[in-house]
Design a binder for this molecule. Structure first.
Ligand code: ZN
Length: 287
């Protein structure tokens, strides 16, 4: 019995969650139970050999266009684009016990604990295995070192693409965002054309202007102020460091500088990932 308790305590002390959450022994037991349940969920997900397609991750700060490129590339390679944000939103929209629990955590303004995030992803990967998916492109995950380690146990990540863009350009881009209050379409009024001197690459991003039917209904999201945008970027830079370092040390991380809009960036992106594409994906892409 002693060994079990010690094991449970070790589990708790290694948990990325703050210790204050586990002051009571009851909470500790509940947490240990959740952890062992979780490793069962993960082990049933473990079938890396059945995945013959790309198992790639997209990293990048908010506003860099990560979702756009991840989704394009996933379509190109014939694998799903698994966006963590979408999984969370989907779970929230369901009136299941776990959906309700998630909603409560969000309402309390809490960050979602690793085990909740991992469980959502494990469920999604398992469903993918059942459906015969050969790989994936992950976006918005992993965010922490412990998530990286959990992911390593059930997948063979081959490539981590780290999308980068100069901070001044990112800020301009975020401040140029507009949404049509009528139809909900996103536009961007920023007209970006910088660099090109002293050997720095020119970055050219033309605006994405609305048609006349939307032009007089444009609104700015409340959190698209310069202060909030910069805070978001700083937070991301700090948060992502351990994840980037981990994959860099494994020589799986590839930095990729976004050089412009989709027409300029997309062909360059394809060129840099092509050597990593599994044969099978190349034929899917060529078809
Ligand atoms: Zn509109």
């Amino acid at each position: 019995m002693r060994a079990t308790a010690a094991a449970a305590r070790r589990l708790v002390s290694h948990s990325p969650l703050s210790s204050s959450a586990f002051r009571s022994p009851w909470a500790r037991h509940a947490h240990a139970a959740a952890q062992s349940e979780l490793s069962e969920t993960w082990s049933s997900t473990r079938s890396p050999s059945s995945r013959t397609g790309p198992q790639w991750i997209f990293l990048g700060c908010p506003g860099v266009g990560k979702g756009t490129y991840a989704s394009r590339l996933a379509k190109f390679l014939g694998v799903p684009h698994i966006a963590m944000g979408d999984l969370v939103r989907q779970e929230l929209s369901e009136p299941t016990p776990s959906g309700l629990k998630l909603k409560q955590l969000m309402n309390e303004g809490k960050l979602l604990p690793d085990n909740v995030i991992l469980e959502l992803l494990a469920k999604r990967l398992e469903a993918g295995t059942v459906a015969g998916e050969t790989g994936f492109i992950l976006d918005g995950f992993p965010r922490t070192r412990s998530q990286v380690e959990a992911l390593d146990k059930v997948t063979d990540i081959e490539l981590v693409l780290n999308l980068r863009l100069r901070e001044d350009v990112l800020v301009m881009k975020c401040l140029g965002r507009r949404i049509c209050s009528g139809c909900g379409t996103n536009y961007n009024i920023a007209n970006i054309d910088v660099g090109g001197e002293n050997g720095a690459p020119r970055i050219f991003m033309p605006p994405l202007l609305p048609p006349p039917s939307c032009a007089n209904k444009l609104i700015i999201r409340a959190d698209d102020t310069e202060e909030v945008v910069r805070a978001r970027l700083n937070f991301y830079a700090e948060e992502s460091k351990p994840v980037e370092n981990y994959y860099r040390a494994q020589e799986k991380l590839m930095d990729f500088d976004v050089i412009g809009g989709i027409p300029e960036t997309w062909p360059k992106l394809l060129d840099v990932v092509r050597p990593f594409m599994p044969e099978e994906s190349l034929s899917v892409a060529a078809a």
